[in-house]
Ligand binder design. Sequence first.
Ligand SMILES: [Mg+2]
Length: 232
Amino acid sequence: MGLKPKFIYFDLDDTLLNHKQAERNALLDIHHHFDLFSNSSADRLVDIYQKVNSNQWSLYSQAKVSRKELQRNRFERTLQELGLDDSCYAEIGAQYMKFYRNHWQWIDGAEGVFQQLRDNYEVGILTNGFAETQKLKFERFDLYNQAKHLVISEEVGVMKPHPKVFEHATDITDYQPGEILYIGDSYHSDVIGGRDFGWNVAWFTANGDEDQKKKANFRFKHFDDLLKYIEV
Ligand SMILES: [Mg+2]
């Protein structure tokens, strides 16, 4: 017998949509587009950007930098670490967002399973990330028409795993925390955040360790496997 939740929330980036691949492809486009990078490798740009960006998001989630500072710092500091002229961070940042949008796509197998669950359950989206970017994704993937509730943490005012985000997302449904299932890829934001608020959590991960697995109700590596755990 699988779970039969009353409501299913999905995380967006790297759960339904392949953010990491889109980010990487956008950075490769950036590397190709600006002459500035002609003497440094594309892989080095990707590595350094990902390190800087992840650090900036962590500071942003602790309210130690603003969204504007994050958007500036992630490119300015990447250029500095590469030893390049950092004065064109704004132009590169704006171009990055344009390229990034060209590469959005579903995670393998996610679209069909999402639609099957949507046909059988009330579903929603609960995502961190910039509101304007996430709204463009909702439009592009027709999520406004498919999901009952779409929650962006920036609009709640704090980021996952903060309990206020989960509280808000629970309150707008008519259900109790234990009647909600969350499907997400981040151990810190999704598994810990959801479980601590009393939600059931399905952890989408290819390589979670056994010890951490215990925190989630179950773990799955491919979307086809998800349906083994949920009644449809
Ligand atoms: Mg995610």
